[in-house]
Design a protein around this ligand. Structure first.
Ligand code: MRU
Length: 341
């Protein structure tokens, strides 16, 4: 499995592969401030639940370094002031996108490490060490999800993918798409039907880019074609990721996932959610409580920078939906495959 360098710490900056420019251009940007991190997350230059978690963690490390650099030379910061200033910045980063729980989880985890170490001169190092750990764990979790989940795929078959759940959506390994990479590495023949994923085309732009690099056969389809695909072809699985999974298994993921799950149920296609434990939010009893991000209208009203609607048209642009647990065949995490009971 190719590991993509989606988010990395490089010489005091956070280097991201700018996903808004793919597939035309592969550009890495160095983010130097908390504001730039927030902007990159909000504009989806870095995106996908685990990837924004990693970016958020490095954002808090960057904030810690910024605060430490502002302290008077020779004078250590007051631990209480340091923790308070850092917590304020961490909260701003965590709020950059509301649905993926991974972002809040990662920021909280770095803050906890700093507090436990007694916030002070060494906090920037503590924060960076914790962020590095989150990235390393994310890479390891992708490998484990891939090996558990690949067993669900046949020797030769077809799957439907929604949004982008490959290396780009994580620290580099992937969630749902990593099952396909692993199955193919094991010698299985898998064809991927890629939902384009309106309005920002994560499927057409990003999943297709990853599959092409890996030499895996695929075809992109309009999101609205997926139900017809399941009616007219033998499809072995729908594979999706998750931005947040509530205690009862209800799963928030990219808008359009609920349609897929309903169609999969109608046509008897197994529907798998693949996500690391950092995407599980046991504090929410059900999916009704998951905050759903609403994004700007212009993302729906225009295409490739050109307006496609009459002047004055309005749009509704929820970025995610919630699939009820009863429509999900199984959840694949680093722990294994958990079937609906
Ligand atoms: O708006 P995005 O592109 O960040 O949405 C991403 C998704 O919905 C993914 O399917 C999800 O984060 C899980 S895959 C890692």
């Amino acid at each position: 499995m190719e590991i993509l360098e989606t988010v990395r710490w490089r010489e005091g900056k956070v280097r991201i592969l700018d996903q808004t420019l793919l597939p035309e251009r592969e550009v890495y940007s160095d983010l130097e401030t908390v504001e730039e991190i927030i902007q990159a997350i909000a504009t989806l230059a870095v995106r996908g639940a685990p990837a924004i978690g990693v970016a958020g963690a490095y954002g808090v490390a960057l904030a810690a370094a910024e605060i430490a650099a502002r302290c008077e030379p020779g004078l250590p910061p007051e631990p209480a002031d340091f923790a308070e200033s850092l917590a304020r910045r961490a909260e701003l980063i965590a709020k950059a996108r509301p649905t993926a729980v991974n972002l809040q989880w990662a920021c909280d985890r770095v803050m906890k490490a700093v507090r436990e170490a007694g916030a002070g001169v060494s906090s920037a190092r503590v924060a960076l060490t914790e962020a590095d750990r989150i990235l390393a764990e994310d890479l390891a979790l992708s490998r484990r999800m891939a090996s558990h989940g690949a067993t669900l795929l046949p020797e030769k078959g077809r799957v439907v993918s929604h949004c982008n759940t490959g290396g780009l959506a994580t620290g580099g390994g992937g969630t749902a798409l990593s099952l396909v990479f692993e199955a193919v590495a094991q010698g299985k023949e898998i064809f991927v039907h890629v939902d384009e994923t309106r309005p920002l085309l994560q499927g057409a732009r990003l999943t297709a880019w990853e599959l092409a690099r890996a030499g895996i056969p695929y075809a992109v389809q309009c999101d609205g074609a997926a139900a017809w695909l399941m009616k007219t072809h033998r499809i072995d699985a729908v594979l999706v990721g998750a931005d947040r999974i509530a205690a009862n298994g209800d799963t928030a993921n990219k808008i359009g996932t609920l349609h897929l799950a309903l169609a999969a149920r109608e046509y008897g296609v197994p529907f798998y959610v693949v996500a690391p434990s950092s995407s599980f939010d046991g504090s929410l009893a059900s999916g009704d409580l998951i905050p759903i991000e609403e994004r700007p209208e212009h993302e729906v009203l225009s295409w490739a920078g050109r307006s496609v609607t009459p002047a004055g048209a309005r749009a509704w642009n929820p970025a995610f939906d919630v699939t009820p647990a009863r429509l999900i065949t199984a959840w694949v995490s680093e722990e294994g495959v958990e079937r609906r009971t």
